[in-house]
Design a protein around this ligand. Structure first.
Ligand code: AR6
Length: 231
């Protein structure tokens, strides 16, 4: 299963991440504290095998557009992996475009442990979901359902039974969920990105005309959902 590709962060990893994140995670008085913040993973670029270079372009463009519009809200692109190619690509492209770093940052860490493990409070987190909105399966989906407990599946099923590629839905987490009580996460936004993996449903078979369009729609829909929570 794809569980194997995600190592549990050891204490050592967390220490290392502090270095990578350049003190952005100082516990207690992080610059993002108190500001509505969306943490999101790179949609489709691991299990769904979407090209990382193309994805980084789309992330930076959709972030740039959204950041101009939001008043009070920030975005954090998160990846658990230390040598994350997608994070470094996005980081350098965002710097070239001079995207406001008080509104957008990249962060190395487990998206389900941002407050306890990284001192970064994100009240909303995005999930790279599957079309049936099923728990488990691996990747960030498995990690989020695991951390949230059964509350997330119950709340999700009340909202929708499936998701179309390029779409996102918001689910409020009950305060009984450990992700709420331990990490301060009040909402999960499920996003379904384009799939390029022949072993997964609705594979686009390397059609990047459609793939790029769908990934763009996925991020626009994600950021719109976040804006609706903030408003
Ligand atoms: N914290 C932060 N980032 C993570 C974590 C984590 N705990 N786990 C993975 N990532 P993926 P996809 C990063 O495969 O490509 C699932 O089985 C990872 O390094 O989760 O959209 C679903 O059920 C990568 O950068 O999502 C779907 O079937 C990013 O999250 C399918 O995978 C997305 O990787 C979706 O595939």
């Amino acid at each position: 299963t794809s569980d194997e590709k995600i190592p549990e962060p050891s204490n050592e990893t967390i220490k290392d991440n502090r270095h990578v994140n350049e003190g952005q995670e100082q516990s207690g008085n992080h610059p993002l504290d108190g500001v509505p913040t969306l943490a999101f993973p790179s949609i489709s670029t691991a299990d769904f095998q979407f090209n990382i270079e193309k994805a980084s372009e789309i992330i930076v463009e959709t972030v740039e557009e959204f950041v101009k519009k939001i008043g009070n809200g920030r975005l954090v692109l998160v990846d658990i992996s230390h040598g994350s190619k997608i994070l470094s690509l996005v980081k350098s492209k965002a710097a070239i475009k001079k995207i406001d770093s008080t509104k957008f940052i990249t962060f190395v860490g487990d998206i389900t442990k941002l407050r306890s493990g990284g001192g970064l409070h994100c009240n909303v987190i995005a999930n790279a979901a599957n079309w049936r909105l099923k728990p488990g399966g691996g990747g960030v989906n498995a990690a989020i359902y695991d951390a949230a407990g059964p509350d997330l599946d119950i709340a999700t099923k009340k909202k929708a039974g499936s998701l179309v590629p390029g779409n996102a839905i918001t689910v409020s987490l009950p305060s009984t969920s450990p992700l709420y009580s331990k990490q301060g996460v009040t909402h999960i936004i499920h996003v379904l990105g384009p799939n390029m993996n022949p072993k997964r449903p609705n594979c686009l078979k390397d059609d990047y005309n459609i793939g790029c369009k769908v990934l763009r729609e996925a991020y626009s829909s994600l950021f719109e959902n976040f804006a609706s929570i903030v408003r």
